[in-house]
Design a protein around this ligand. Structure first.
Ligand code: FE
Ligand code: FE
Ligand code: ZN
Length: 276
């Protein structure tokens, strides 16, 4: 089955997200665990979760993806910033257990001039403090565009992080199409080659989710500006290939394109028609 959804606002709770997803033809969705600029999360409402679980069953929503605030930086040069990221992720993961066996995505972070090696070491340390053998959630490292000093734009960096983590079975990867292209991987002309490289370096079995975004910028631009599907430098044909690719087609796909709900609904409709 085609698992397709988009980023939704979590401000009205889980039940509301299930309703919204269903209304726009989605059977999965992504949401921020809290205000993306940081801050504390709303208390979990167990009634809301119970109603969500009922609706999820009715609507065939079996996977959801929580996104950590994008302001977190596990590999900052400031100890208090690193500590805040670790505490936030710990808190998010304990909340995720109200919806067991789901996915939690985060941006590895920016080394802010300390160098990639130091940055990677901090990210490994953070994950080793955050992940537990008991958790049911799979934590995903998102592939990044390589803007500024971002870590995780190269597959080797993601592998190095994963290799240093003790609870490796709790880790996966989220492949962002805009970021991958901005990072210099040519998924327009050489999707097969990029996936082969991913498989060789990280392992395709580690890939758990895909962010579907077109890019405003050309290959290798390191800019991270998302565009609507088919309206950027990747183009509709690339998305058609990705969603139908035998090694990708069963993964959940999430739109993070510059859209309101109606725009998402339209893109979901187009992608459903292209899915064979
Ligand atoms: Fe992201
Ligand atoms: Fe993304
Ligand atoms: Zn992005």
């Amino acid at each position: 089955m085609f698992k397709i959804g988009c980023h939704l606002s979590s401000s009205k709770g889980y039940k509301n997200m299930a309703e919204e997803a269903h209304q726009i033809g989605a059977n999965t969705f992504q949401f921020f665990t809290r205000n993306p600029r940081g801050g504390s999360a709303k208390a979990i409402d167990e009634n809301d979760i119970a109603e969500f679980q009922k609706l999820a069953q009715e609507y065939g929503i079996d996977v959801i993806l929580a996104h950590a605030p994008y302001t977190l930086n596990c590999c900052s040069d400031k100890p208090d910033v690193r500590e805040f990221a670790i505490n936030t992720m710990k808190d998010d993961l304990s909340r995720m257990e109200y919806t067991p066996n789901q996915l939690y995505n985060f941006h590895p972070g920016s080394h802010v001039g300390q160098g990639i090696e130091t940055g990677i070491k901090y990210i490994i340390d953070a994950l080793n403090m955050v992940l537990t053998a008991e958790q049911s959630t799979t934590v995903l490292l998102e592939t990044m565009a390589g803007k500024g000093s971002e870590i995780g734009s190269q597959f080797e960096e993601i592998r190095q992080i994963m290799e240093g983590v003790k609870c490796q079975d709790k880790l996966g990867v989220c492949f962002d199409t805009c970021h991958i292209s901005d990072a210099g991987y040519d998924i327009v002309n050489n999707l097969e080659g990029v996936l082969e490289e991913f498989d060789k370096i990280i392992g395709l079995e580690r890939l758990k989710a895909i962010h579907l975004n077109d890019s405003m910028n050309p290959l290798g631009a390191h800019k991270d500006r998302h565009q609507k599907i088919g309206e950027g430098t990747l183009g509709m044909e690339t998305f058609e290939k990705i969603i139908n690719h035998p090694q990708l087609r069963d993964l959940p796909f999430f739109l993070e394109t510059p859209n309101e709900l109606v725009g998402y609904e339209k893109e979901i409709g187009i992608l459903k028609k292209l899915y064979r």
